[in-house]
Design a protein around this ligand. Structure first.
Ligand code: AMP
Ligand code: MG
Length: 399
């Protein structure tokens, strides 16, 4: 049995970012950039009007000014030539007409029969968006390693990149093991239960930025599970299984992974999630999670999610952690680090926390609605008011 830190160390030793691929703009959301992107041209490429108004020469103080024919609109090269005593009508985004160096807002003007007066003087540059003022040619727009959200994707489009190199989403095959399992739509017979893990884990994979591939339920049968592991790794970068990793006579995943590849650990000194196998089989990473629904989700959160993020090229792997004050006593395991599901409550400066009721590892309700995992060192009961560490499992990773 190894400590949680050692478990992550062994995972991190194996798992690296997936080979970058060229991807189209419309598919980029949520991916991590694998190249540096530089602006090749100025944005905007020409001085443009920032407002609807009148292009003028700022130092010209004649009034009224003669309105030049036509109007400069966005997307049209202006024909007007502004000279002292004149003004050219321009719209937001239109190129600044030759001779002009400022734009007076239409709100600050009064036009009558071909002449316009201004209620305030213009200074050079007023109302003008200079060439290169948003992005200058040669400027680094986005660094490699940047996660791509709406603004970043907009920037790529603005500099004319229709494809960029990004790390792909890890493909994650998922199957549940257990003779007792039936599909959620079925009525369980004697001794049977519904498979909840496969759907919970698929959602967790998607949230972690992976692409889940659901492979069904595998009965506790050696040949069948062996074939399914190999089938899974033909199509996926990662295999996540639930159940079949503890000491029971029908727990076959551990021995099968050992036969097919290398097991890096199979027990972690923590609660829940003690039976938990990590193996590599060919180029694939296999996480054999425990069958109890809470155990599998907690182990996923603590180990599989950061591993998937690392494969997807993310540099921030860990959720924020804060110090919180216990509302009530809690009892950790005497010899294992314990992760209890909890809700954080802010009260003035202090953050309080209460757990989500019975912490049985079969009780999914203890995870539903929880926004934190309390990391409790092994030991005796902690009294109300004790400060403990909360991992904020609904907040984006910050380190
Ligand atoms: P195992 O790790 O296979 O020994 O399973 C531990 C416990 O979790 C048993 O009570 C199983 O019935 C239950 N369990 C295993 N797999 C699932 C699943 N996919 N969905 C819900 N419960 C499960
Ligand atoms: Mg089982």
């Amino acid at each position: 049995m190894i400590e949680p830190q050692e478990a992550w160390r062994r995972i991190a030793e194996q798992v690296t970012a997936l080979e970058p691929v060229e991807m189209k703009l419309a598919e980029l959301e949520g991916h991590v950039l694998a190249e540096e992107v530089v602006a090749e041209e100025d944005v905007p490429p020409f001085p443009a009007s920032r407002v609807d108004g009148w292009a003028v020469l700022a130092e010209d103080d004649s009034t009224p000014r003669r309105v030049l024919p036509g109007a400069g609109t966005a997307g049209r090269v202006p024909v007007a030539q502004v000279s002292p005593g004149t003004a050219a009508r321009v719209m937001t985004g239109a190129p600044l007409p030759a001779g002009a160096d400022a734009v007076v807002m239409v709100e600050d003007s009064a036009e009558q029969e071909g002449w316009v007066r201004f209620s305030r003087p213009a200074r050079p540059g007023d109302g003008v968006r200079p060439a290169g003022s948003d992005l200058a040619a040669g400027q680094v727009v986005l660094a490699a390693g940047t996660p791509l959200g709406p603004a970043e994707i907009g920037l790529l489009a603005a500099v004319g990149r229709t494809t960029v190199r990004v790390h792909p989403r890890p493909r994650v095959a998922i199957f549940s093991t257990g003779d007792e399992l039936v599909e959620p739509g079925e009525r369980p017979g004697p001794g049977q239960i519904r498979d909840s893990n496969r759907y919970a884990l698929a959602a967790a994979v998607r949230r972690a930025g992976g692409e889940p591939l659901l492979l069904g339920i595998a009965p506790d049968d050696r040949a069948g599970q062996r074939a399914l592991i190999l089938h899974a790794l033909e199509q996926a970068d990662v295999l996540v299984t639930s159940g079949g990793v503890s000491m029971g006579s029908r727990d076959l995943i551990g021995p099968l992974l050992a036969e097919l590849g290398t097991v890096h650990f199979d027990r972690v000194r923590q609660k829940p999630g003690k039976p938990f196998t990590f193996a590599t089989v060919q180029a694939g990473f296999c996480f054999g999670l425990p069958g109890n629904p809470v155990s599998s989700l907690v182990a996923f959160e603590l180990y599989v999610r950061p591993a998937l993020r690392r494969m997807a090229g993310h540099r921030l792997l860990w959720r924020p952690e804060i110090e919180v004050c216990l509302r009530h006593p809690v009892t950790p395991d005497p010899v294992r680090v314990t992760f209890q599901r909890a809700v954080v409550e802010r009260e003035g400066e202090r953050q309080w926390v209460r757990t989500t009721g019975s912490q049985a590892s079969s009780r999914l309700l203890s995870m539903a609605g929880a926004d934190a995992l309390l990391r409790l060192p092994a030991g005796p009961t902690l009294t109300a008011g004790t400060t403990v560490t909360a991992i904020l499992i609904n907040q984006p990773e910050d380190h």
